[in-house]
Unconditional design. Structure first.
Length: 559
């Protein structure tokens, strides 16, 4: 989502340049003034207030271009088939709807529109109530339709929308009273890429991952960016998490159009405090998962008529399941190594079994995808197999120059920012950072740490991440880019634990590309043999600290 800020005089011209010349449009909630930005062959006006409808029918009587329908937004959209209208206009409409209904209407517009959606609304909630006598701005009795019930901001629209905004658009309210200060407004324009024009997989593919879009994780984000422009009927998304549950259905941003299939919940052995019993229950749960999910995944593949499977790392049982199905059914197998599968489990009782399974799965695989050269060379050295390198993709909007904020952003502090989850892949580096911030040189500079994550303070404290930091809640991908662009230092850490060094050395954090695209200084705090250390050192695109000593980290931050 890119925001272009313009003055009021420039705004409409900029919008018109972005509108597609189409044959058939739907103008929702047009009142007595249908849009006049383009002239289509068929102009469908859907207006809920009967008095306005009568005026429109009289005005356009005998004009075959206009079709006047007395209907609310939700009703007219429910009657229309998928991709049946070229462009849908929602001009000064969604602010008159309750927020939840507004979101449903936008989602329905994405279903019905074939080429473009054009929306206009105030920035934030602009108070407006009906005239006590029910008189509207045209002197008619449509006052009750003029109440504002919700407020919208550009950041609520994802990267598929082009935003053109003015921060001082509305000078007066609906009854002629002057705003002080003026109220902003924005246009949101979405170009629809019709799925039939998208490329598709030659064989219907099962994409099998423990985490999928729209979940707030790096792996889910990468899958979204890679699959969003692939025809949805050429693949199916499968997980042991139910992505059709209300929790995920409420999240429309970064949800793929393909079908989601849930494998269900298998048998789980409860955890025990006794170490031996705990180890046995851990392995037992994985075994039960492999058996249960294999049976259900075969069923899904038959129902979906799938001919190949792409399995992603991240969960202990997913690769064994996919390997077993490939072995028994002869299904082509593709591995997406977001990280080093066996080494991910180096600290668990599963490690030996993971290494054995990995040796069979990698050799059998028809193709392997890795996020960096380091992991590709590791698999080549160990198994003699070649890999396809797909670096974690960055949204195109991140690469567009948007100007730079002052450095430092605030004159009285240096803000170190980290965005994303924190777990054992970074925890010890964070503990060192918090110690470094207590050292006199950094206290004098008033260095502050800001964490943007979905984790709670209690969850971080369980990893002994305790100290002076400001915890921010998880924010959407469209907003996090602004957070990164306002950072004084972006922190990119990895663990120095030698027990997981093979895993750490091959990791490619999804945020790496976003950090680089932000144009802000990046502090890499990672072991000397890790991929990110080598990359930033070779290309000299950040400050690198390659040990976990407090004094060296202090020096790196000061630099």
């Amino acid at each position: 989502m890119a925001i272009t800020w313009l003055n009021k005089e420039e705004l409409l011209t900029a919008v018109q340049k972005r509108l597609l010349l189409v044959d058939k449009i739907l103008d929702i909630g047009c009142g007595i003034r249908p849009q006049s930005l383009i002239e289509p062959k068929i102009h469908i006006c859907a207006e809920p207030f009967r008095d306005y409808v009568d005026i429109l029918r009289n005005r356009y009587a005998g004009n075959p271009r206009y079709v006047i329908i007395n209907a609310t937004a939700d009703l007219i959209l429910s009657l229309l088939p998928d991709h049946s209208i070229d462009t849908i206009f929602l001009i000064d409409v969604i602010e008159h709807l309750e927020k939840d209904l507004g979101k449903i209407i936008i989602k329905e517009c994405e279903r019905v529109a074939r080429k473009q959606i054009v929306l206009f609304t105030p920035i934030g909630f602009m108070h407006q109530e009906a005239n006590p006598e029910g008189i509207d701005g045209w002197g008619l009795h449509g006052g009750k339709w003029q109440d504002h019930k919700s407020g919208w901001i550009p950041e609520e629209f994802d990267i598929t929308w082009d935003i053109l905004a003015c921060d001082s658009f509305h000078q007066y309210n609906g009854v002629g009273k002057k705003f002080d200060p003026p109220f902003g407004a924005f246009w949101a324009i979405k170009n629809i890429e019709f799925q039939e024009d998208f490329p598709k997989f030659s064989k219907k593919l099962i994409v099998f991952s423990h985490i999928l879009p729209p979940a707030p994780s790096g792996q889910a984000t990468v899958l979204y960016r890679l699959l969003k422009d692939i025809r949805a009927d050429s693949y199916c998304l499968v997980s042991s998490t139910d992505y059709d549950s209300p929790t995920y259905l409420q999240t429309t941003l970064h949800r793929l159009q393909a079908k989601y299939r849930f494998l269900g919940k298998g048998i789980q052995i409860r955890n025990f405090s006794n170490p031996l019993v705990k180890r046995a229950s851990f392995l037992g749960n994985i075994l039960f998962r492999i058996i249960y999910d294999s049976i259900h995944l075969v069923k899904v593949m038959k129902e979906e008529n799938a001919q190949a499977i792409l399995v992603c790392t991240g969960d202990a049982s997913d690769i064994p399941i996919a390997y077993l199905i490939s072995l028994l059914r002869g299904t082509p197998l593709y591995l997406y190594y977001f990280d080093y599968y066996s080494e991910h489990w180096a600290l668990t009782p599963y490690y030996r079994f993971a290494k054995i399974i990995e040796s069979f799965a990698v050799i059998r695989a028809n193709g392997i995808i890795v996020p960096n050269e380091k992991l590709g060379s590791e698999l080549k050295e160990r198994f003699g197999v070649d890999s396809t390198i797909i670096h974690n993709p960055v949204e195109e909007v991140c690469l567009v120059s948007q100007g730079q904020y002052d450095w430092p952003l605030n004159s009285d502090e240096i803000r170190i920012v980290y965005t994303g989850s924190i777990y054992h892949a970074q925890a010890d580096a964070f503990r060192t950072l918090l110690k470094a911030m207590e050292e006199p040189p950094l206290r004098d500079f008033r260095v502050t740490l800001h964490l943007y994550t979905s984790q709670t303070r209690e969850e971080l404290e369980k990893q002994f991440i305790i100290g002076p930091y400001e915890l921010h809640s998880h924010v959407s991908h469209s907003i996090i880019k602004e957070v990164q662009r306002k950072a004084d230092i972006l922190y990119l850490p990895l663990s120095f634990d030698p027990k997981i060094s093979k895993w750490i050395d091959t990791l490619s954090p999804m945020k790496m590309g976003e950090y680089l695209a932000s144009g802000r200084p990046v502090l890499v705090h990672a072991p000397p043999h890790s991929f990110i250390n080598k990359y930033f050192s070779e290309y000299k695109c950040g400050e690198v600290v390659d040990d976990n000593k407090v004094e060296n980290l202090v020096s790196g931050i000061k630099t």
